[in-house]
Design a protein around this ligand. Sequence first.
Ligand SMILES: Nc1ncnc2c1ncn2[C@@H]1O[C@H](COP(=O)(O)OP(=O)(O)O)[C@@H](O)[C@H]1O
Ligand SMILES: O=P(O)(O)OC[C@H](O)CO
Length: 583
Amino acid sequence: MKLLNLNDGVEPGVICVEPTLANDGMDARNLAKAHKGPIVSHLEHLPRGIHETSEERKTHWFVGSVDQGTTSSRFLIFNGEGDPVASHQIEFENLYPKSGWHEHDPMTLLSSVEECIEGAMRKFQRLGFSKNDIRSIGITNQRETTLVWDHETGEPLYNAVVWPDTRTKSIVRDLKAKDGADAIKDLCGLPLSTYPSSVKLLWLIENVEAVKEAYEQGRLAFGTVDTWLIYKLNGGAQAESPVHVTDSTNASRTMFMNIRTLQYDDKLLGFFGIDRNKVHLPKIVPSSDPECFGRIASGALSGVPIAGCLGDQSSALVGQCGFNPGQAKNTYGTGCFLLYNVGTEPVISQYGLLSTVAYDFGQGRAPVYALEGSIAVAGSGVTFLQNNLNFIDNAKQINDLAESVPDNGGVVFVTAFSGLFAPYWIDDAKGTLFGITQHTQKGHIARATLEATCFQTKAILDAMEKDSGCKLKLLAVDGGLSNSDLTMQTQADISGIPVDRPAMCETTALGAAIAAGLATGVWSDTAELQEVNRTGRKVFEPKISRKCAEKRFKKWNQAVQMSRGWLQDNDNEDDECDEEKKA
Ligand SMILES: Nc1ncnc2c1ncn2[C@@H]1O[C@H](COP(=O)(O)OP(=O)(O)O)[C@@H](O)[C@H]1O
Ligand SMILES: O=P(O)(O)OC[C@H](O)CO
């Protein structure tokens, strides 16, 4: 970094820098930090970003955020106060080619993100701003979903295998029986199940000819959704230096990363039989960094740096400003995920929870870990009632339908479409309705669907209390399904703790914007974020007696136990008369 010798005539303590350097506000800010004083260039018009006050930064600096979820993609632009000023969202098709299979088209994921960027930028420009007002963008994404592409061409080799997909059941069963299986969770924080990326990659290598061939020839590139988007948004294989990275929150969902070193672990790769020389694994980097993630190659944001990357559940914790140990958030999206900040040392759960990287802001700051309770079906239960059973025309109507009856009428719905995740980890159950009688109405089933997520959250809270020794005092919530007041009231009633919902529920997108903004000077420290998204929050207080809550929870647990064992080892999930049909 070259300083110009132009300090004549400038106040003492102020240094001048090359115009090019000064025009890069970020480098200049780093320099200002190191210098502990103001910096100006000798240009007549002082460059944006160097001499603005923090008040001006709040209103004049913007950060973009891509939120690529299971049901939709969105792009939001936030100002320095953490308020969204423009956004665009697109739902895309989820593919279910067989029972238990769940896929996304990788190119659709990419084009939906690109369209969202263009759509939000048009709105941003109509407000009188341009891309020059955007310091950087962050990316947040559905986790575990596994993509494979040709390292040489950048072309996908198969559809993305989405996180709730259960085609890997027999692979998991074999792995559980293998020597060394018991030690895996302590190394990577996750139990063996159909959920992480490792088993999805194994299935792809074993079952898809093009993937197997690319692997044998050393051409196979692997990534989660963050990696795929960052790679493609940088220009893919055609980029001057292709960018193949992931952040440690996303990597902590693969089962290939050591939860303590935050690097790939040969013991883990060896256990899954993955040969590091045959597959290109993304480089693991911190979640907030001005350099590692490259820049957008084309379109309305061409040239803007990508400076933040977080798995969506980590991002929601950051967006809720859950920066202190003991804080937790629960995000009710397609699935539902409770993350509890445990500080800078990972806690390996003894009660069915996952250990995960909450966020890793780098620059000498220690990574922060979380205990996680993952529920596979939450909003997707509502979508199921809408699309498969035609109970409602849109998700919003679920609240009224459920309120059309005073209670669940004795119906319990174990929404085990992908088996049950935390804290149960039951892989031989499928969705099961209990308690149906002639009295049963659609409203009862709607209520039972919403309650299923609340009961599982209660089971996760109990496990978290046992693991951490602390009882949560307040549950911060967000995500699509958290818009249902009935669901949030039910959650407070069943768990016995207040539920705190922000007015602005796009906390997942906000988290990635924060990660990017921290790397590019919009915020210098998390302490500056205390006021973000605090106004207009709604708190749902528990209204029923603990005795009544316990009784309802007991009935739920009975249903869970009775749902076990539905799938037998030799069951063909597709159709029991498959052979006959073929004949
Ligand atoms: N007002 C609402 N009431 C109930 N459920 C809703 C509402 N809005 C969205 N949802 C449900 O929330 C899910 C989408 O939430 P979102 O946080 O966008 O998820 P994702 O990030 O997984 O795509 C959908 O499954 C939808 O059915
Ligand atoms: O799409 P969501 O918001 O339900 O999140 C998916 C999770 O990241 C899966 O682990």
